[in-house]
Design a protein around this ligand. Sequence first.
Ligand code: FES
Ligand code: MG
Length: 608
Amino acid sequence: MDNAGGNPTNGQGNAQKKLRSRAWFDNPDNPDMTALYLERYMNYGVSREELQSGKPIIGIAQTGSDLSPCNRHHMVLAERVREGIREAGGIAIEFPVHPIQETGKRPTAGLDRNLSYLGLVEVLYGYPLDAVVLTVGCDKTTPAMLMGAATVNIPAIALSVGPMLNGYHKGERTGSGTIVWKARQMMAAGEIGYEQFIELVASSAPSTGYCNTMGTATTMNSLAEALGMQLPGSAAIPAPYRDRQEMAYRTGKRIVDMVHEDLKPSDILTKEAFLNAIVVNSAIGGSTNAPIHINAIARHIGVDLKIEEWQEHGHKVPLLVNLQPAGEYLGEDYYHAGGVPAVVNELMKQGLIHENALTVNGKTMGDNCRGREIEDTRVIFPFEQPMRKDAGFVVFKGNLFDSAIMKTSVVSQEFFDRYLSNPDDPNAFEGKAVVFDGPEDYHHRIDDPALDIDEDTMLFMRGAGPVGYPGAAEVVNMRPPAYLIKKGIHSLACIGDGRQSGTSGSPSILNASPEAASGGNLAILQTGDRVRIDLNKGEANILISDEEIATRRQKLEQDGGYKFPAHQTPWQEIQRGIVDQLGEGAVLRPAVNYQRIAQTNGVPRDNH
Ligand code: FES
Ligand code: MG
């Protein structure tokens, strides 16, 4: 089966519109500049004949490097992409993009998504590129690349690097990230020592590739396919598999045809495509980072997508994919069970997918996925017998924040039973707030008996948003104090203005917007306050009077507002000044004013 689809075409003879790269390499109005451009790219090893032959020039946006181990395999895959591009009559030009390694970058990789985005926009617009292959994988690389392609709007196709192989420890599957959160509890309870902690965590990462759980990486790669931006079946193939190399080759071939067809992100990233992504996200048990990134991509392509739509379209969708942290399996199993096409096919049978949404292979989502049946029902459940009903996000609002989300698919029955134990009020719970200002404060004090944390307490994390942290760190998932874990209490309600790792199964209400540092009421919450959460109404309220709220706000303002750490780099300062809140995608506000710039702004001026 040829997943690449589309029309076989080559660089010559088509009644096609002029390629933008011709403005560099074949510009009769300014031949001396043409010579200057030609000379240096010929120097790189492409002949003048080739550069002037009218072949499309395809960028390969390389996100892999030694600093970015999750995406490093793209350095190998890029060779196959190049072969595909050449085979189809294009010229490949690979270039590096700003690295974003989720686990390596401090204070958080969240700070770098928008920086990488900006860099990509500048490269795609300012160089002689007719199209681009986006090498995606580790959490923020996927949204950063899609956001950049959306802003510039030249033909673009994503290629996932693929998940790592399954991790195992003593015969049990150990999933990336998820095992860290579990081992952290085991160590706190004294069940394992530090050496075993490291051993367990390392076992979850046995090969090249991205996190093998349904964390943010698997989520965002699956959603890139659900959006139509990857070839069908591409997202789930494990990084070291032969099929992954083959997919790289097909992706390279296909992007050349996309240039001839003038198939651009704006043709694919329609409102319908985003609604498909929301539905698929619920069915796969996707990460709480998905709304941030998907909403950001929507804003850059100019599609109106509100945070409330995640609940409206996604909440009632059941969980089908049995991957950690919501379930038990890992990336290899997901691939063998049919990956994204099998999930989409299940949802399609229920009329939940916009089947006419166009995808990068030139065919519709419906045509790509129809009949792609589940191949292992232990890993992907049929829609009629789902793992869990109503698995999508609930969007909360109230006097603490305007929006925050909860991923219901990971919340245990034990948790619901414990918090929702009042027979007179079965959908709401009240509890005492214990407030932490940043993760250092939490690590320092969580086991302090003076906090008097019990099983009904709610843990709050603030100062962790796009401005406060800065960059919005994944720190809202907090473990209970060790004395509660020893009593069998493995989770407390966590609420915060930061994010949490997609690999975490913590029952949290997070991404709260506006954050404490941007005027949100989390800033006036005090340890000991009572907070009420109503799951049915989607409300989270601090139980104090409006007068008390006003008094506390006044006091906060007199004190100069919520305090957050000083800027440490120029980018921290620049981004803090222009970044939006998590509910709005945490985009750079001025960047949203630039839409489809390859069409609206033509090509840039000559450089000499
Ligand atoms: Fe890179 Fe999870 S840390 S994919
Ligand atoms: Mg993470």
